[in-house]
Ligand binder design. Structure first.
Ligand code: PLP
Length: 414
């Protein structure tokens, strides 16, 4: 399927905003200001068009049919796989597995690779800034296998303590699973160093790229991670599509995840053989419409250019950080040297949720709470934060409106 973005060349914020119909809407009588991009991004018109084009023109189940619609749907599905491979610079298309999100991608590794490779007394290393989806699957696995889950600490700035990491890693470490970019703090972790050290110790590495894939250039081959997981809904794509990248030789040696149609070669009552990669891990009818629309999201990102996107987001981050720091009693949680456009903060004596409600009354969507990182909140001794996360369509004018509304809310609640 040919998809064109309609985006003007160069970085034109007015043009970019026009591609997002939702930005035209009002919330509580005010123009929507959407600062919850770390939770999910909004979708450009080409993604919406791709969805309706699939259902309106070539809706069919894939891989099994020989009729025209099935062939078109299959081609579009597999083209998206190729587009994802290019996007993260994977060596082989078979290394791209479609799941329903980062959560499922991590669980797939835990349930297949984990159960086949983790044994009594082995150690799994994660960090104190992981999302629950990169904690709980390993806790379940460790409990089942009598293995040990060890935690890399986080310093006061919200950065990983790399010296502690070096001490924690040993020949007992079988897996290191860390987040590339923290959803709660915005910290960019030094994953290349983490991976190199883990490999020296003989451990396999999974990188949770849920937050990094939209902001950073991802090159899994250069990074040399063994697994990389992310969700397309954070990259202007539809919900319900996740990616698991895995090195081919590792995936080939892993047992399947779910059993059913699509993932088999032959089924007999006395013996079943499995399909080759990537289909071995894609049981059942996949999320065809949403996967196919993901290609449009990648075309959109490509047209803007990651470098332009990052420059704009970094400008917003610097501007918002400067303005927020001027507010008395406001403390930014997470001041790492290397950050993406995520700002978490607390305000003395005010509950984050109360601020979130008042900001929503001004049409401003921010996230409040623990951001699925309760152990990280415990590390900082707080119940949660207010989190503003910026995307390519946000503006400094929106930040000005946000800062004004925030000051007003603080005055009301103080
Ligand atoms: N990991 C991180 C760092 C995240 O930010 C998220 C979602 O916010 C996830 C994992 C889980 O992603 P999903 O809910 O799309 O499976």
């Amino acid at each position: 399927m040919n998809v064109t973005s309609g985006i003007e060349s160069g970085f034109d914020i007015k043009d970019i905003r026009q591609h997002f119909p939702i930005l035209q809407r009002q919330v509580k009588g005010k123009p929507l200001i959407y600062f919850d991009n770390a939770a999910t991004s909004q979708k450009p018109q080409i993604v919406l068009d791709a969805l309706s084009n699939y259902y309106g023109h070539y809706n069919a189940n894939i891989h099994r049919g020989i009729h025209t619609l099935a062939e078109e749907a299959t081609a579009a599905f597999e083209e998206t796989r190729d587009a994802i491979r290019d996007f993260i610079h994977a060596g082989h298309r078979e290394e791209i597995i479609f799941t329903k999100g980062t959560t499922e991608s991590i669980n797939l590794v835990a349930y297949t690779w984990g159960r086949a490779n983790i044994q009594d007394g082995d150690e799994i290393l994660i960090s104190n800034m992981e999302h629950h989806s990169n904690i709980v699957p390993w806790q379940i696995l460790c409990k089942e296998k009598n293995a040990l889950l060890k935690i890399i600490p986080v310093n006061d700035e919200g950065e990983l303590d790399m010296e502690a990491y070096k001490k924690l890693i040993s020949h007992k470490t079988k897996l290191v699973s860390v987040v590339h970019v923290s959803n709660a703090l915005g910290t960019i972790n030094p994953v290349k160093d983490i991976i190199r050290l883990a490999h020296q110790a003989g451990a396999v590495v999974l990188i949770d790229g849920a937050q990094s894939a939209v902001h950073l250039d991802i090159d899994v081959a250069e990074m040399d991670c063994d697994f990389f997981a992310f969700s397309m809904h954070k990259l202007f794509g539809p919900t319900g599509v996740g990616i698991l990248y895995g090195k081919k030789d590792i995936l080939e040696n892993m047992p399947p995840f779910m059993g059913g149609g699509e993932m088999i070669k032959e089924v007999h009552f006395d013996k079943t053989t499995y399909a080759s990669l990537p289909y071995k891990f894609e049981a059942g009818t996949p999320n065809i419409a949403d996967v196919n629309a993901c290609k449009a999201a990648l075309v959109f990102i490509d047209k803007i250019g990651k470098e332009n996107l990052r420059q704009h987001e970094n400008e917003l981050l610097a501007y918002a950080t400067r303005e927020l720091k001027k507010i008395d009693g406001l403390h930014i949680i997470g001041n790492a040297k290397h950050k993406v456009s995520v700002i978490s903060f607390i305000v003395d004596k005010i509950h984050p949720q109360d601020l979130g409600i008042l900001l929503d009354n001004s049409g401003i969507a921010v996230r409040t709470g623990h951001h699925c990182t309760q152990p990280l909140m415990q590390r900082f001794g707080i119940p949660g934060t207010v989190r503003a996360s910026f995307s390519v369509y946000n503006t400094t004018e929106e930040i000005d409106t946000f800062v004004l509304a925030l000051k007003k809310a603080i005055k009301m609640l103080a």
